[in-house]
Design a protein. Structure first.
Length: 88
């Protein structure tokens, strides 16, 4: 059984480029981003359904784990739209 800590470890192992691309994909094609993230989990040996992935991502957003990710050329912590939906 995979846990949130397993998920977080997997996300922290992604390089900056992968995180940026994943962020941009979430903003342009949420379904495709979920598929990519599901594949990352699978490649890392984790088993999560889509709801568990969403829940884990939400926890990480609330914790500010993605604030330094560059998405479309700007860190998420500086993006006003991101801050609106993910207040610190």
């Amino acid at each position: 059984m995979s846990t949130f800590n397993d998920f977080k470890k997997m996300m922290n192992n992604l390089n900056e480029e992968n995180l940026s691309e994943l962020c941009e994909e979430f903003l342009t094609n949420h379904e495709a981003a979920m598929n990519i993230l599901s594949n990352y989990c699978s490649d890392f040996g984790l088993l999560f359904n889509s709801q568990e992935i969403k829940d884990n991502m939400s926890i990480m957003h609330k914790n500010g784990d993605f604030d330094n990710v560059v998405c479309f050329g700007i860190e998420l912590s500086e993006n006003q739209l991101y801050k609106k939906f993910h207040p610190s």
